[in-house]
Design a protein around this ligand. Structure first.
Ligand SMILES: C[S@@+](CC[C@H](N)C(=O)[O-])C[C@H]1O[C@@H](n2cnc3c(N)ncnc32)[C@H](O)[C@@H]1O
Length: 279
């Protein structure tokens, strides 16, 4: 019988050519297959997985070796200290988006503000803001399957009473409402660049990635629709690709002339989000 330690070593070897982090991936997948924590796996190298557990791990590591992202295999991804349900219908939340959330949380403080998350996906941004503040949060997404996941996530984190999600185009489902904060991490990869992106992009929904020819097609439309939707002194935060930030700034200044526009950086020091303080 193969021990836990041997199974882990074989899984790591299997992922060596397909993953940048073969040991970490194999450990996560083995812990998932054995329904144990990672610490248990490390501490119980002599234990023997059951046949079913070994088969489950074989399947998961096989999928991973074909490039399927770990988050989709586990059905969950970490964001801002919480685990969110994810599947192939939603983008896997990225660490760089946590900066946008930080900025929103600082602005909101303990005020019961109204927040809109456009292109909510898994609901990771919306749910985090609701869980960390007293805000009332709306989210929209063009994908009904994404909205279903967002609804599961806010139930999971006990904030469903302050979150409402709508299926529809950008701000159209909430056009009768007014907001103090608007956040958006809309698709911003220029169409021509999607094919060349490394995983997990190849497995993520195209409608979560494709930002049109210059990556700004959706933001152009969003910025054109925002003025009537925001209250005085509102804050607008938009995540985008670093090279597109000057273009996004220019659109924001043209569409929202009574506002102050600045750029925020991510963990790598790259220009990552636009901050628009509405006059
Ligand atoms: C880059 S993903 C971001 C998901 C999530 N906000 C996050 O940060 O993890 C963009 C999301 O925008 C949604 N989307 C694309 N086009 C849209 C549109 N016209 N209106 C509303 N949502 C849209 C996609 O379905 C996807 O869930």
């Amino acid at each position: 019988m193969t021990s836990v330690a041997q199974t882990l070593a074989e899984g790591t070897a299997r992922l060596r050519d397909s993953s940048d982090s073969p040991h970490a991936d194999a450990l996560l997948l083995l812990a998932h297959a054995l329904r144990r924590g990672r610490a248990w796996i490390v501490a119980h190298g002599d234990a023997t997985p059951s046949i079913q557990e070994a088969e489950a791990f074989q399947h998961l590591s096989g999928e991973r070796s074909c490039g399927v992202p770990v988050a989709y295999l586990l059905g969950s991804a970490g964001f801002y200290g919480r685990e969110f349900l994810v599947n192939e219908n939603v983008l896997i939340p990225r660490p760089e988006t946590e900066h946008l959330v930080d900025e929103a949380l600082r602005f909101i403080g303990d005020r019961p503000l109204h927040v809109l998350d456009v292109g909510t996906g898994s609901g990771a941004i919306a749910c985090t803001i609701a869980a960390e503040t007293n805000a009332i949060v709306c989210g929209t997404d063009i994908s009904p399957a994404a909205v279903a996941i967002a609804n599961e996530n806010v139930r999971r984190w006990g904030v469903a009473d302050r979150c409402r999600f709508y299926v529809g185009d950008l701000t159209e489902p909430v056009s009768a409402q007014r907001f103090d904060v608007v956040v958006a991490n809309l698709p911003y990869v220029p169409t021509a660049e999607i094919a060349g992106k490394p995983d997990p992009v190849a497995y993520e929904p195209r409608e979560a990635l494709d930002g049109g020819p210059d990556g700004l097609a959706l933001y152009r439309r969003l910025l054109g629709s925002l003025a009537p939707l925001v209250n005085p002194n509102a804050l607008i935060l938009l995540e985008a690709a670093p090279p597109t930030m000057p273009g996004l700034s220019a659109i924001a200044k043209a569409e929202l002339p009574c506002s102050t526009v600045s750029v925020g950086r991510d963990y790598a020091g790259l220009d990552r989000y636009l901050r628009i303080d509405w006059g």
